[in-house]
Design a protein around this ligand. Sequence first.
Ligand code: SIN
Ligand code: CO
Length: 384
Amino acid sequence: MKLAHFDPAQFLATHWQRKPLLIRNPWDDWACPVEADELAGLACEPQVESRLIEQTVDAGWAVEHGPLAEDRFASLGATPWTLLVQAVDHHVPEVAALLAQFRFVPNWRIDDVMVSFASDGGGVGPHFDQYDVFLIQGQGRRRWQIGAACNETSPLLPHGDLKLLRDFVGTEEFVLEPGDMLYVPPGISHNGIAMGDDCMTLSIGFRAPSRAELIGDWSDHLLEDMSDDDRYSDPGLAVQANPGEIGAEALEQLRAMMIEALGDRQRFARWFGAFSSTRKYADIDWRPEEPLGLDDIRDAIGQGLELQRNPASRFAFVREGGDTLVLFVDGETFECSKDTSAIAEAICANDSLTVEVMSDAACELLLELCNMGSLAFLDEDEDA
Ligand code: SIN
Ligand code: CO
């Protein structure tokens, strides 16, 4: 299934982070990549994050968090409901393959695919998200309303678990059919209402760190190895008119001490790579029962086995000039030289690939990544 009738460069230049866009079935041959029963099954699994939202007549919006009991679905009444399951791409290869079509956005900006299944009239209510999202109609139909841009000052309805907008007004409305796609930029309010009992929506979700998160995590990282001896000093101290004044020179020196450490470019790049490649869900464990050795890697390459990325793993790299780059996988850092940078780039660019005979250094890199459970060589009909 290919995103055949869609121009990513054009989309990025005109709509990304700017304005909503309705894209009528851009696929060459749309087929919903997951079934409702499979989704319900995932919602019963303890390691999967899921929610069931019901719009009850007497208690209003009711939210239940998964794992749900297997018989829960049988007891759902006529009130509109929706089931939402996070990171379905981590569990369903066909959904991971769908996500691969959105790699025109860098890996580090991609979050995961949430899938919802709703009964007639079901939805999560009017809200806005902090992130960009592509809402793909998997099956059935949904009416989407788009409203004004919102932010943290927008009034919400009182609800412990849901951030529903109090004053939502839909200014545009679209009915999405299977394969249709609605792009919504961050902050734009939206409301999706299922039409009929078989409405499935797949949300390709992105992420963007907040400044607060960056400053907090980056400074925590710097603090890990800061010396108590690295301190303000003033051998040039002169008598000042008022001892109460914190002088401009002292302030400048203090500020410079801080900015100098916070602004270390190379260290920041390495920290950010590790920080942003940390997994959201660590449960999908692809580690081999017994650690592999170099011979196993060479055998797998020799047999032409497909090398696959664990869908829960995150891969990214930064260049450090010349032939060297630093690869980040699941929060770990790998220095890559001329011998290993080509394979590092290849695994960052492809969810799965077959590799040719390689140098010892490249095999060792693959060995480490396989033993970490971030990569695996798969037999054609074998599941990880
Ligand atoms: C849904 O699938 O019902 C909600 C998706 C969204 O609005 O972000
Ligand atoms: Co939303």
